[in-house]
Design a protein around this ligand. Structure first.
Ligand code: SF4
Length: 401
């Protein structure tokens, strides 16, 4: 028997679907695929409603055994099995075990390595966002060893990446007035580690030393001083905000889009095409004031929200462990996501005089419905960032001031 390490954060063990109470249920606007056995089970069901829908509203795809059929969505974009009270007919009449893999899995998201399994949830589910962001201990991870006949048929986890990931997570945990100070320290750490050569042991010793120095520099205020020398680049800010707003507007009719466009509308008021350059510049500064004067004091009373968000992203995205994207680019993407979320929340705070937990949930789940949609969406997001920043990875620092 082989031993497998399973990592499960508290936000995963605490999660359960809230069904009809959900702000934006997931039984709509996506491809609900069925495997061959599930399709046959519905088609042969003795429950008339289940069988009739299977006959009339399930299209055969026969792409593979696991992708055998697809449920047609009705005129509202909802799954044909969704009942008027937002309950699932399959779940109600046949029980949870009769659900398709797509339905029974979402929003759970597991990554398999040869000897490890990383369990997580996608933030595109509002209840998952609530469980990740609004619990001080949500990111406490329970590591458990399970035994199975063979190792998973996947690559081994990259140990050096895991070490970089752990140092990065600790740099983001150091108490600071602004998470931007931690992110600045993280950029310095990654620039340093990127150049390291030699054995893993010698690299580890050097990483530990630079990590200790950076924590001291955050405590002494040296990082704040260094950040004072970086100036914001409004053209970059504007291009990123405009690019994301446009991509969301023209993007797929995905779940969460209505919510995200509603919040995006509050942001758009600052960037009307008829505004002069001077006015746009003043509005970008106004958004920063909204963050500093309204959003930040509110978040300061709930320091776990931003801390959990960044810890979640490092864990869920397998920051530095996933080597398909260079680590500095992974950080750039994370900072751009944060910059956009921050701008939307600032506009909302300025419009309503405060933030609310519901606004945080709405923005987080709807934005991540767009961002965590699929690998193609991530690729085009990175391509857009590259186009705007003209391949200067260090310009990430300008988004922190
Ligand atoms: S989005 Fe999440 S909470 Fe809402 S119905 Fe789907 S799984 Fe349940």
């Amino acid at each position: 028997m082989k031993e497998i390490l399973v990592s499960q954060p508290e936000y995963v063990s605490n999660f359960s679907c809230i069904g009809p109470a959900c702000e934006d249920h997931c039984c709509k606007q996506w491809d609900i695929t069925l495997d061959k056995n599930t399709y046959k089970k519905y088609l042969k069901s003795e429950i008339p409603g289940v069988k009739n829908i299977a006959v009339e509203n399930i299209a055969l795809t026969k792409k593979s055994h696991s992708n055998w059929a697809m449920i047609k969505l009705n005129e509202k974009g909802n799954c044909s099995y969704l009942e008027p009270d937002n309950l699932c007919q399959i779940h109600r009449t046949m029980g949870a075990e009769a659900l398709s893999k797509t339905c029974s899995t979402y929003p759970r998201y597991n990554v398999f390595y040869k000897k490890e399994v990383i369990e997580s949830l996608t933030l595109s589910c509002p209840e998952a966002a609530r469980k990740v962001l609004f619990n001080e201990t949500a990111l406490n991870i329970n590591n458990q060893t399970v035994t199975q006949v063979a190792f998973n048929d996947t690559a081994d986890l990259n140990v050096e990446g895991k070490i970089v990931n752990l140092f990065s997570a600790n740099l983001l945990m150091a108490p600071q007035n602004r998470i931007e100070h931690n992110l600045y320290a993280l950029v310095c750490f990654l620039l340093y580690t990127e150049k390291l050569t030699g054995s893993l042991d010698s690299k580890f010793a050097k990483m530990e030393s630079v990590y200790t120095t950076l924590v001291q520099q955050m405590d002494s205020g040296e990082i704040v001083q260094a950040m004072g020398k970086v100036s914001a680049e409004q053209k970059l800010e504007l291009a990123l905000l405009g690019g994301i707003q446009q991509a969301i507007g023209y993007g797929l009719n995905a779940r969460g889009k209505v919510t995200l466009l509603r919040y995006g509308k509050e942001l758009n008021q600052y960037f009307d095409v008829n505004f002069t350059e001077q006015e746009i510049s003043e509005h970008l500064l106004r958004l920063k004031q909204g963050w500093d004067q309204i959003a930040l004091p509110w978040l300061g009373q709930r320091p776990y929200i931003l801390r959990n968000y960044f810890q979640y992203r490092l864990y869920h995205d397998r920051f530095a462990i996933d080597q398909s994207i260079p680590v500095l680019k992974q950080l750039y993407v994370l900072v751009v996501d944060y910059f956009y979320i921050k701008s939307v929340l600032s506009a909302h705070a300025l419009a309503h005089g405060s933030l609310t937990e519901q606004a945080i949930i709405d923005v987080m789940y709807s934005y991540h419905s767009y961002r965590q949609h699929n690998k193609i969406a991530t690729k085009s997001f990175i391509a857009e960032i590259d186009r705007v920043k003209r391949n200067d990875d260090l310009s990430v620092l300008q988004l922190l001031v």
